[in-house]
Write a protein that binds this ligand. Structure first.
Ligand SMILES: [Zn+2]
Length: 95
């Protein structure tokens, strides 16, 4: 029983750590599945999304308001998807 509790605790710890990187779900899964090793992986994971320009917390790439400081986020200038499309367009123009 204590073992299960410990694993659940690892899941919650992973979720808490992952949450600051926008990876709460990933963190929980890793913590529950791999225990302490999963928690270490969560710590090493690169944050998903981007960083709030005001409080420097990691937020979802499509968030318009930061969940940490409630500030409105400036619109992203370059969308990676758009950039890729533009690159494809430019490369096809050569032919
Ligand atoms: Zn913020």
């Amino acid at each position: 029983m204590g073992y299960v509790m410990l694993w659940l605790f690892m899941g919650l710890l992973g979720a808490a750590l992952g949450n600051s990187k926008g990876r709460g779900g990933d963190g929980f899964c890793l913590g529950v599945l791999l225990g302490p090793i999963g928690v270490v992986i969560v710590v090493l994971l690169s944050p998903k999304g981007r960083v709030c320009s005001f409080c420097k917390s990691s937020i979802h790439s499509e968030a318009s308001v930061c969940p940490h400081c409630q500030r409105e986020q400036p619109k992203q200038e370059s969308n990676s998807e758009d950039d890729r499309m533009r690159q494809v367009e430019e490369s096809t123009k050569l032919f």
